[in-house]
Write a new protein. Structure first.
Length: 498
C-alpha cells in the first residue's frame, strides 16, 4: 500500500464541529458576538421607531393646536407645510384605524391622544429604500369638534437611518468574518497545553503494552517540548494559564510515578536476572563436568549432584519470593484475617527455629498483644527477621524475640548481636535485592528480598517497621501492627485493676 493510500482522508466539517474543541469554542464565540450584534441592531431599530413616533406625535399635536387657534391653513400655506413634511386637512368623518392603548395615551400629547393612527408606505415599486421615501405617519382625530388628519412625512428620516443601518450591518459582518480567524487562533493557542496532553495520552496508550526508555523520553519530550531529552522533564505552564495548573500538576505527578515505576522495574528485572544467573551458571558448569568425565568419578558425581540440588533449591526459593512480590504488586494476595496473640506466634517460631539451629542462644520476652491479621503472613515476616539474625550473628550470639502491646499498637521485635548495619544503608535495606555487603551476602545465600517481603506484609496490615542498628553491636527490627479491640480491652482492665 502506497503513502497516498495510507494517507488519512479529510475529516468532514460536521465531525470537526462535533469532536473539535477549537471549532466548538470558536463557533460559540462567533455565535455570542452575533447575538450581541443582533440585540444591538434590534435595540437601535426600536429606539429609531420610538423616536420617529414621538417626533410625529409632538409635531402633529403642535399643528392641530395651531389650526384650532388660527383655522385650517390655506392652499398656499399647505404647500409650504408640505415642504416641511406636514399635511393638515379637514375630514367629514374619521377613517378607521387603531387607537393607542389606554396605558400609552397618558404618554402622548393631549391633542393627539384620542386619534387613530396608521403608517403608509409609498405605492411606487422598487426597492425598500424607494418605498421608504413615501413613508408617512397619519393621525386622524376630533379636536373639540374639528375633525382633521395630520400626516407626517418620515421618508427622509428613515432613508438616512436605513443607509446608516446598512453601513452598520456591513461593518458588523466584517467584524464577524475577521473574528472567525482571530478567535480560532486564540483558542488554539490557549488550548495548546491540552493538545500536548492529548498527544501524550495517545503515545501512552500506544505504548501501554511495553515501554522502553526511548518511549518514555519521547512522552516527556512531547509534554515539555522538542528540546526535552531527559525522562525527568516536566510540563511548564505560564502564569496566565491558572486553570491548567492543576491538570499540569496531576500529569507531572503521573510522570513521576511512571518514571519511578519504570526505573524500579528495570532495577528489579536486572537484579532478578543477576540473581538467577549465578545458580544457572553453577548448574550448567556441573552438568558440563558430569557430561565430560564426572559420570565415572563417584566423588565428582556426588559433588555435582549436591551442588545442583543446592542451587536448584536456591532458585526455587528466589522464584517463590519473586512470585510473592509479583502477586503483592498485583493485589492478588487475599488476607485471611483472624485474631491471635503475638506471644503465641513468637514462641512457636522460636521453638521451631531452635530445632534446626543449635548455634545461637534464643531468648523470648513475651507479653499479651492481640492482633487481627493473617497469621501465616505475620509468621512469614517474623521468620524472615529471625533468619536474617541467624545469618548475620556469629555462633554463640544471642537473639531476642519480644512481643508487647503499646496502646493501640502491637510490637513484635527481633534483636540480635550481629554485625549491624551502616547508618547510610539503613534506609535502603527494604529495597528489593539490596544487600549491605555483597561478599557477606553471597556467603549467607541471601538475595535481598526477605525484608522487602516483610515490609509489604506489615504495610498490607496497616502497620510499619522500625529499625535500630549499630555496627558491631547488633540490630533490632520491629514489626508494628495495629492492636485488636480485644487487646485494647485487656489493657483497660489491667489499668483499672481487680
Amino acid at each position: 500500500m502506497n503513502n497516498a493510500a495510507r494517507r488519512k482522508a479529510p475529516e468532514p466539517l460536521g465531525d470537526k464541529f462535533r469532536f473539535s474543541i477549537v471549532y466548538k469554542l470558536s463557533f460559540r464565540l462567533i455565535t455570542r458576538l452575533f447575538g450581541i450584534f443582533l440585540s444591538l441592531d434590534i435595540l437601535i431599530c426600536l429606539v429609531a421607531a420610538a423616536a420617529a413616533v414621538v417626533y410625529s406625535e409632538n409635531l402633529a399635536a403642535a399643528a392641530v393646536e395651531k389650526a384650532f387657534l388660527t383655522g385650517m391653513p390655506s392652499r398656499s400655506s399647505a404647500e409650504w407645510l408640505e415642504i416641511s413634511g406636514i399635511e393638515l386637512r379637514e375630514l367629514e368623518a374619521l377613517p378607521p384605524g387603531r387607537k393607542a392603548p389606554g396605558i400609552f395615551r397618558q404618554l402622548l400629547p393631549r391633542a393627539t391622544s384620542g386619534g387613530v393612527r396608521r403608517f403608509e408606505l409609498s405605492d411606487e415599486g422598487g426597492s425598500l429604500l424607494n418605498r421608504l421615501d413615501g413613508l408617512r405617519y397619519d393621525i386622524a382625530l376630533d379636536y373639540y369638534g374639528v375633525k382633521c388628519e395630520v400626516s407626517i412625512g418620515l421618508g427622509s428620516f428613515f432613508r438616512i437611518f436605513a443607509r446608516a443601518f446598512i453601513t452598520l450591518l456591513a461593518l458588523q459582518l466584517l467584524i464577524l468574518i475577521s473574528r472567525v480567524f482571530k478567535d480560532s487562533r486564540l483558542v488554539r493557542r490557549t488550548l495548546e497545553p491540552i493538545s500536548e496532553l492529548a498527544r501524550a495520552a495517545q503515545s501512552l496508550n500506544r505504548a501501554e503494552s511495553q515501554f522502553d526508555l526511548n518511549d518514555m523520553e519521547e512522552l516527556a519530550g512531547t509534554l515539555e517540548g522538542i528540546n526535552a531529552s531527559r525522562l525527568d522533564t516536566r510540563i511548564q505552564l505560564s502564569e496566565t494559564q491558572d486553570e491548567l495548573k492543576t491538570l499540569a500538576k496531576a500529569i507531572n505527578g503521573m510522570l513521576d510515578r511512571i518514571n519511578e515505576s519504570y526505573r524500579a522495574q528495570v532495577r528489579f528485572v536486572s537484579d532478578a536476572s543477576h540473581e538467577l544467573r549465578t545458580p544457572i551458571s553453577v548448574i550448567q558448569g556441573y552438568a558440563n563436568l558430569l557430561d565430560r568425565w564426572g559420570k565415572n568419578d563417584q566423588k565428582t558425581l556426588q559433588e555435582s549432584i549436591s551442588a545442583i540440588k543446592e542451587e536448584a533449591a536456591n532458585m526455587k526459593e528466589l522464584v517463590e519470593k519473586l512470585l510473592f512480590l509479583a502477586r503483592g504488586d498485583n493485589n492478588t494476595i487475599r488476607l485471611q484475617i483472624e485474631s491471635f496473640r503475638l506471644s503465641d506466634l513468637a514462641g512457636e517460631v522460636v521453638n521451631e527455629t531452635q530445632m534446626i539451629d543449635c548455634a545461637h542462644c534464643f531468648e523470648t520476652r513475651l507479653s499479651d498483644a492481640v492482633v487481627s491479621a493473617d497469621r501465616a503472613l505475620i509468621k512469614q515476616a517474623l521468620r524472615i527477621l529471625v533468619d536474617n539474625s541467624i545469618k548475620y550473628t556469629e555462633s554463640g550470639g544471642k537473639i531476642v524475640v519480644s512481643a508487647e502491646a503499646d496502646g493501640a499498637l502491637a510490637r513484635l521485635s527481633v534483636q540480635d548481636e550481629g554485625i549491624g548495619i551502616r547508618p547510610e544503608a539503613v534506609p535502603k535495606i527494604f529495597d528489593r535485592f539490596y544487600r549491605t555487603d555483597e561478599s557477606r551476602a553471597r556467603a549467607t545465600g541471601g538475595a535481598g528480598l526477605g525484608l522487602s517481603i516483610a515490609k509489604w506484609i506489615v504495610q498490607r496490615h496497616g502497620g510499619h517497621m522500625e529499625v535500630l542498628s549499630r555496627e558491631g553491636i547488633g540490630t533490632r527490627i520491629t514489626l508494628v501492627l495495629p492492636a485488636s479491640a480485644e487487646d485494647a480491652l485487656a489493657d483497660n482492665r489491667t489499668a483499672e485493676g481487680p
